[in-house]
Design a binder for this molecule. Structure first.
Ligand SMILES: Cc1cc2nc3c(=O)[nH]c(=O)nc-3n(C[C@H](O)[C@H](O)[C@H](O)COP(=O)(O)O)c2cc1C
Length: 171
């Protein structure tokens, strides 16, 4: 897919067909995360990629709106170190957001749907994923081929109007 098409086609996909994601495609999505820009190139992220059905079903319990993780073909857990410093935390969150959207666009480019899931139950996430105590799971990215319709550019996305969002030269 063209980059511009992938940007316009990406949407949250929460219902997946049974088709597996090939290991090569999954690695390409992860590689997009690894290549993402970060503040001072600190790369303060780790990715745990999960494909075992029983694990995915348990992982789906970390948040009430994470149910789609259970039926995903694979889910990437985005992990980062905990910090008490608010500025550092903000900076890490920003970088994680960039890595997340890079991976989602790489997925869209392959026709693979992706769906965010927040993580509320950090203890459960740690028990399942095994990351160290001073790390937390910031987000889950569920992946799978869309069950409803293939990804294609969305003509009228559910977004604020362009002229309301964009300010030229001055607010
Ligand atoms: C930080 C963040 C957390 C999100 N958490 C969830 C979630 O827990 N469950 C879910 O179904 N969608 C979640 N979403 C998806 C948003 O609801 C979705 O991106 C938004 O409604 C726009 O829809 P679109 O992605 O289809 O364009 C999350 C998105 C972001 C950026």
């Amino acid at each position: 897919m063209e980059t511009w098409d992938a940007i316009r086609a990406r949407r949250n996909v929460r219902q997946y067909s049974d088709g597996p994601i090939s290991p090569g495609d999954l690695d390409r999505i992860l590689e997009a995360g690894r290549r993402s820009p970060s503040s001072m190139n600190e790369q303060r992220w780790d990715f745990v990629v999960c494909t075992e059905r029983a694990l995915l079903q348990e992982l789906a319990k970390v948040w009430r709106s994470a149910g789609h993780v259970a039926t995903s073909a694979a889910t990437i857990a985005v992990i980062a170190q905990e910090t008490d410093d608010a500025t550092t935390r903000e900076s890490i969150e920003f970088d994680l957001g960039q890595a997340t959207v890079s991976m989602m666009l790489a997925a869209a480019d392959l026709g693979i749907g992706s769906g965010h899931a927040a993580v509320q139950d950090q203890d459960l996430a740690r028990r399942l994923l095994g990351h160290p105590d001073d790390h937390r799971c910031a987000l889950l990215i569920a992946l799978g081929y869309p069950a409803d319709r293939p990804l294609r550019p969305i003509e009228r996305p559910s977004r604020r109007p362009f002229d309301q969002v964009v300010h030229r030269d001055r607010w």
